[in-house]
Design a protein around this ligand. Structure first.
Ligand SMILES: Cc1cc2nc3c(=O)[nH]c(=O)nc-3n(C[C@H](O)[C@H](O)[C@H](O)COP(=O)(O)OP(=O)(O)OC[C@H]3O[C@@H](n4cnc5c(N)ncnc54)[C@H](O)[C@@H]3O)c2cc1C
Length: 126
């Protein structure tokens, strides 16, 4: 059996990729590794949680298990990738080494706050 395509992350980018890959190939092994629970939800819906008096569960379109079964993937939730060896095509996660055929980093982004005068961050500089 061929090595899996491994996707790190279970956000919009990762799950759209899973759906696209499955449309092209139903057999290819796919492993999703995610630091969170792996439930499928739309982040922009967070904007309406207070006004609609919703709970976290109300946002879930598909649970992690449902998503994994529907798209035939191996899903490692609550699992943080600690390191990647791109030469050997392996990564370390949960103290184990996982080999991959191809690796996709769908790990999101962090907001950058520009350093302009008036922000607490700049005021605290020496
Ligand atoms: C309130 C709100 C409203 C928004 N509204 C809009 C909108 O109207 N229009 C729009 O275009 N965008 C909007 N966005 C932005 C949009 O939701 C995000 O750009 C998009 O969800 C990012 O998806 P992503 O898959 O790239 O990353 P993320 O959803 O951030 O997913 C990153 C994944 O990587 C995993 N991960 C990271 N590091 C590791 C690691 N080391 N090991 C394992 N897993 C790891 C995380 O657990 C997570 O599953 C909004 C966002 C928010 C919060």
């Amino acid at each position: 059996m061929s090595l899996p395509i491994v996707i790190i992350g279970s956000g919009f980018a990762a799950y759209q990729l899973v759906k696209t890959l499955r449309r092209q190939d139903t057999e290819q092994a796919i492993t999703v590794i995610t630091a969170n629970g792996g439930d499928d939800y739309a982040k922009p819906d967070l904007s309406h949680v207070f006004t609609k008096a919703q709970s976290a569960k109300d946002l879930i379109k598909m649970s992690a298990d449902e998503f994994a079964n529907t798209y035939g993937i191996t899903l490692l939730s609550h699992s943080r990738v600690e390191s990647i060896d791109a030469t050997k095509k392996t990564l370390r996660c949960n103290g184990e080494s996982i080999a991959y055929q191809q690796l996709i980093l769908a790990t999101g982004a962090r907001a950058f706050v520009p350093p302009f005068r008036g922000t607490r961050w700049v005021e605290s500089l020496p």
